[in-house]
Ligand binder design. Structure first.
Ligand code: NI
Length: 136
């Protein structure tokens, strides 16, 4: 029986969407308000879902405390109240779109878990806009 266990988390962060190899006009055309040079913030909501077999001894797929601690270290401590472009090394050269943030989070969390577990990241940038990445 493969079961999915999920943990929700939250972080606030600032970002700016732009490419330095594009003109100001093109950045504004493509990224609109998200290209504001003075940055802007989002209240990101994160769901990390882990799918695997139920352990016959514990009855767990994963101890949710373990997942909670990994999310705290890898995501909350690294991103919360940060300017993603300026303070988070993964986004020095990578546009911090919701899509790219989800991939970065996946790449940070997946190696910390048993390799038999599948991981899916759902990241809400606003209550209505969210992205999903599961490593494929
Ligand atoms: Ni934005």
């Amino acid at each position: 029986m493969r079961v999915t266990v999920s943990r929700k988390a939250h972080f606030n962060a600032a970002h700016r969407l732009y490419r330095k190899d594009w003109s100001d006009e093109k950045n504004t055309l493509i990224f609109g308000k998200c290209n504001n040079p003075n940055f802007h913030g989002h209240n990101y909501e994160l769901i990390v879902s882990v799918t695997g077999e139920i352990d016959t001894e514990t009855g767990y797929v994963i101890d949710i405390k373990t997942l909670k601690d990994i999310i705290k270290t890898e995501v909350e401590d690294a991103f919360d109240h940060k300017n993603l472009n300026v303070e988070v090394p993964e986004f020095k050269e990578l546009n911090p779109t919701a899509e790219n943030i989800a991939v970065v989070i996946y790449n940070k969390i997946k190696p910390k878990l048993d390799s038999a577990l599948d991981v899916e990241i759902t990241l809400f940038e606003t209550p209505r806009n969210f992205v999903t990445y599961s490593g494929k």
